[in-house]
Design a protein around this ligand. Structure first.
Ligand SMILES: N[C@@H](Cc1c[nH]c[nH+]1)C(=O)O
Length: 363
């Protein structure tokens, strides 16, 4: 990046941060080097593969921060008091494997809100802050809610093992669908596995050295697979409901109506749908035109795996082929993990000045 661009980028970043700070956020920072051993798994598969890691003789495996949210949650849970609002600005680092044009290090300006007094209001506050910064930029918002998806899976009438597997794969839509088809009996158990499970003594047939798994681990796994093979398939009705839910892609009020209908047959999502409704009210109070606001139930299923509620993004025209210029979401459970069991409702987002500049240039 040329020096001119770099300077313009940082100027822009400072302006955005000033807007966020004016809303009462305290300026904070995070170290470049973070412990990969304790933190990397919290991001999920995509970032785990894309973090730059290195070895420190004293501190063990380190990584260049792939984002700020995780280190800031860690700081807040160790030292902060609620409620708290933070803003930060700096580079994050992620390997690029697909598109050479995308940088492996880029500036983010972020806003994180740790405040459980009114989660709908906090969601709306964060979204509205980025909407305000982007008011004159040609981008369109999209919203979603990972909490509704999680509640749907958690409510399925099936084994704990299957619900856990589906939740783990929520982030990989294709694998999720394949699992759901298998658990629904739509796709048969692979022939080799069926034969293995039918065998009275499957361990006797396996080669002695099977990589890293011990014999007892393999025995346990086979038992789990046998239990699974014996479980009732997930019903057609539940799979249809889940399909219908994942397809919801409407303006927010229409999405709310559809989700309300689905909740009649899938009551486990009711509380989350009520939360969605409360959020729309809170967004309205912040001057957001919710009548036109897009909601996609599947939105956010490929990004940071710590999201568990509201998710949002602001995207430039598709022909620009750039990632969303701003993204964010709620990550309540992450605070519990990093707070040694004591969590606090939290939501936040980031904006990338380099991408806003690209989006603006086409105006
Ligand atoms: N850290 C996220 C954005 C975010 C901030 N707060 C919540 N989400 C990212 O880099 O994509």
């Amino acid at each position: 990046m040329s020096k001119f661009h770099a300077q313009a980028n940082w100027d822009r970043a400072r302006r955005y941060q000033a807007t966020i700070a004016a809303k009462g956020a305290v300026i904070t920072d995070a170290d470049y080097l973070q412990s990969a051993e304790t933190l990397l798994d919290l991001y999920g598969e995509d970032i785990r593969a894309r973090a730059f890691t290195t070895q420190d003789p004293l501190r063990g495996e380190q990584m260049l921060r792939p984002d700020f949210t995780v280190p800031i949650v860690q700081q807040h849970m160790a030292f902060g008091a609620e409620p708290a609002r933070y803003t930060y600005m700096g580079k994050v680092f992620r390997k690029q494997e697909v598109d050479e044009a995308r940088p492996s290090e880029f500036v983010q300006v972020g806003f994180e809100v740790f405040d459980g007094s009114d989660v709908a209001a906090a969601d709306a506050e964060v979204f509205a802050t980025f909407a305000e910064i982007l008011a004159d930029v040609p981008v369109s918002p999209v919203t979603g809610d990972i909490g509704i998806l999680r509640a749907a899976v958690t409510g399925l009438k099936t084994t704990e093992h299957r619900r856990a597997a589906l939740l783990r794969h929520l982030w990989r839509p294709r694998r999720f669908k394949a699992l759901l088809d298998r658990f629904g009996g739509v796709t048969p158990v692979p022939a080799a596995r069926a034969a293995l499970l039918a065998d009275a003594d499957p361990l006797a047939k396996l080669p002695a050295v099977l990589g890293l798994r011990s014999e007892s681990e393999i025995a346990l796994r086979i038992e789990a697979l046998r239990d699974d093979a014996a479980a009732e398939p997930i019903s057609h009705m539940e799979r249809d409901l889940l399909d219908a839910l994942l397809k919801v892609r409407e303006t927010a009020p229409n999405a709310l109506a559809l989700l309300g209908d689905i909740a009649v047959d899938l009551p486990s999502i009711s509380t989350a749908v009520d939360g969605f409704s409360a959020r729309l009210d809170a967004l309205s109070k912040h001057g957001i035109n919710v009548e036109e606001l897009p909601f996609e139930a599947s939105y956010g299923r490929t990004s940071m795996e710590y999201y568990d509620g509201f998710v949002f993004g602001f995207s430039a025209a598709p022909n620009l082929n750039i990632p969303p210029v701003a993204t964010g979401g709620r990550y309540d459970a992450l605070t519990t993990v990093l707070g040694a069991g004591k969590g606090v409702p939290a939501v936040g987002g980031v904006i990338r000045p380099d991408l806003v500049a690209i989006a603006e240039a086409v105006q």
